[in-house]
Design a protein around this ligand. Structure first.
Ligand SMILES: Cc1cc2nc3c(=O)[nH]c(=O)nc-3n(C[C@H](O)[C@H](O)[C@H](O)COP(=O)(O)O)c2cc1C
Length: 210
């Protein structure tokens, strides 16, 4: 599939059939993350492909445990609002393939230099967007587009990261590793009626400075 066609037609899928991608397809998908640009070419990332239902369920339990703690002291109205997020955080258990996107801490050389030049923490924050996290975003988009071009639907998910501390135990992560997103991937269910979310008009988001 042509790259422009993939960009134009990719949309979030949250309902999948049960067909698992082959190992070759999983490798093809994660290889596209490997080839993404990254700040100072640090490539400080890992992508864990989870096919095992038991592991997926344990990950979802970590998310639900976090929700228990979050709602414990809320009033009923706010509790009901938070409860609605639960479904959008745990449906990855129904995805044939879950890719856990892990950022590995890399040294922040320039921050130290800016501190020495006596810029304030607020100034440094504005001068130094989180390059490593941005790199993760580029790699993740490559994954979604490659999955789409192989006929798979996907959902990029940050909500489950609420259960990060439990999930890192399930996945045996090292101290310098942090989960930043979870990707649900599978063939869109035949009865899926999901449409692409509406997008802003190009004129609203674009400016040309001549
Ligand atoms: C950083 C990021 C985090 C997201 N987190 C979630 C999530 O936790 N749960 C979910 O169901 N969808 C999540 N989404 C999917 C968005 O809701 C979806 O991309 C958006 O509505 C636009 O729809 P489209 O992907 O079909 O264009 C996330 C998307 C991004 C980029």
């Amino acid at each position: 599939m042509d790259i422009l066609e993939a960009i134009d037609n990719r949309k979030t899928t949250r309902k999948f059939d049960s067909i698992k991608p082959t190992t070759e397809e999983i490798k093809r998908i994660i290889n596209s993350a490997r080839l993404a640009p990254s700040a100072i070419n640090a490539q400080n990332w890992k992508f864990i492909a989870v096919l095992n239902d038991d592991v997926k369920n344990k990950m979802a339990n970590s998310v639900l445990n976090a929700y228990e703690k979050i709602i414990a002291n809320l009033n009923n109205e706010t509790k009901a609002q938070v409860e609605r997020y639960k479904g959008h955080s745990t449906f990855f258990t129904h995805a044939p393939l879950v890719i856990v996107c892990v950022e590995e801490k890399a040294p922040a050389f320039m921050e130290g230099i800016l501190e020495k030049a006596e810029f304030s923490p607020e100034e440094i924050k504005l001068m130094r967007p989180d390059s490593y996290l941005l790199s993760m975003g580029g790699a993740i988009e490559n994954i979604l587009l490659t999955a789409h071009s192989l006929g798979y639907g996907s959902c990029w998910m940050v909500a489950p990261v609420l259960g990060e501390s439990g999930m890192r135990e399930v996945l045996n992560l090292k101290e310098n590793q942090k989960i930043v997103s979870i990707l649900s991937i599978g063939r869109p269910a035949k009865d899926s009626t999901e449409k692409r979310s509406p997008k802003k008009d190009l004129n609203e988001i674009m400016e040309i400075v001549e």
